[in-house]
Design a protein around this ligand. Sequence first.
Ligand code: ZN
Ligand code: ZN
Length: 92
Amino acid sequence: MVKVQPVIHYAPETCAFCTGNGSGRCKDGNIYDVCPVCKGIGTLLVAQTAKKCAFCSGNGAGQARDGYVYDRCPVCKGTGWAYVFEGEIENM
Ligand SMILES: [Zn+2]
Ligand SMILES: [Zn+2]
């Protein structure tokens, strides 16, 4: 048996929480100097091919699949994406 490690490519995708602004009014209704989800970058590294979070339909917040309204989606943490690179980029 040869084990094949899947190679995951990441590419920057727009942060749903701040809609790519990096600051200002975010999806939870608060105004941030720095978006707490993308740290003000406006984009997040998302595994390709990028897939929107099914729970919040990629909105990052608002009414989700369970009928509740969330300030920040508990599944994607507000990113709006299903598979986001977590960790420090420096450690890659
Ligand atoms: Zn953001
Ligand atoms: Zn979500």
